[in-house]
Design a protein around this ligand. Structure first.
Ligand SMILES: [Fe+2]
Ligand SMILES: [Fe+2]
Length: 278
């Protein structure tokens, strides 16, 4: 079993990238000209602003319970600030998608409603456990985006949005998990949170992706051809189900799991230096 790195954990820091989305056009299929690759990421993008506000809310329920741990309270404050900033920048990107002609309001309304239902029916500890698990998925995706450079084919502004977001997801990847361990260390609740997060993310991500594909008028035959073309073009053979969901679940349900058992902070630091945001 790996151990938690002895090095001090990073304090999540607020940065304001103010990405100049309106300086020059962003192509409709901004990810290497591929509708499928673009819309898989666009579909995930749709979940960020409201999803991240929910993450903040689920940690906030327990703010009084961590008052006596100043270091954790400080990390939590950084987590709120970073997630707020991610929500804001992704929301700004929605304006571009709407200008490209995509209709997002109905989907966003339904997604928001489903989060409100979760908040009504699930105990606060399970909501927090869901957030801790979702943060594990975002950390896996962030690690992959920064390590594989698979976004090199993307429009530079959208690439920066995603890679800046990725660096901060790595910086704060253990915050919700550490709060959960402190306020509700039950293994059962942790695993239940993973079940909720996996089902919820998988369901809404595929719906978001389909929303864009449908609005582009892409049917089954075009998508099969596109999938074939992508496989031939791509350097890496990333498979979201295998590399994000199955791997994420397998790591997370190990009894001694901790997010910092994978010390990948250097990936975040390298990009922040490259983008002059360090
Ligand atoms: Fe985020
Ligand atoms: Fe996050």
């Amino acid at each position: 079993m790996q151990t938690i790195p002895a090095a001090p954990r990073p304090t999540p820091k607020l940065r304001r990238p103010d990405i100049p989305f309106h300086e020059g056009p962003i192509p409709r299929h901004w990810f290497g000209g591929s509708a499928l690759a673009t819309h898989m990421v666009n579909g995930l993008n749709l979940l960020f602003p409201d999803g991240e506000r929910h993450f903040v809310k689920s940690v906030r329920y327990f703010r009084k319970a961590i008052d006596d741990d100043p270091m954790l309270a400080h990390e939590v404050a950084g987590f709120y600030a970073q997630e707020g900033s991610h929500a804001r920048e992704h929301q700004r990107f929605f304006t571009i998608l709407e200008e490209q002609g995509y209709e997002l309001d109905e989907f966003l309304g339904e997604f928001r409603h489903s989060l409100r239902v979760l908040q009504r029916i699930l105990p606060e500890s399970v909501q927090l456990a869901g957030t801790a698990a979702a943060e594990h998925f975002t950390a896996i995706m962030a690690n992959h985006a920064l390590e594989s450079r698979f976004l090199d084919d993307a429009d530079p502004k959208v690439r920066h949005l995603l890679l800046w977001h990725a660096t901060e997801e790595i910086e704060h990847k253990a915050v919700a998990y550490d709060v959960l361990q402190r306020v509700e260390p039950s293994y059962l609740v942790r695993v239940l949170g993973m079940a909720v997060a996996s089902l919820f993310l998988a369901y809404w991500w595929q719906r978001g992706t389909r929303l864009f594909l449908r609005q582009d008028g892409l049917g089954g035959r075009e998508l099969r051809a596109e999938r074939k073309r992508l496989r031939a073009l791509r350097q890496d053979d990333t498979n979201v189900v295998r590399d994000v969901f199955l791997r994420g679940i397998a790591e997370y349900v190990r009894p001694g799991f901790h997010p910092w058992q994978r010390d990948d902070l250097h990936l975040a630091e390298a990009y922040l230096r490259e983008a002059r945001m360090a």
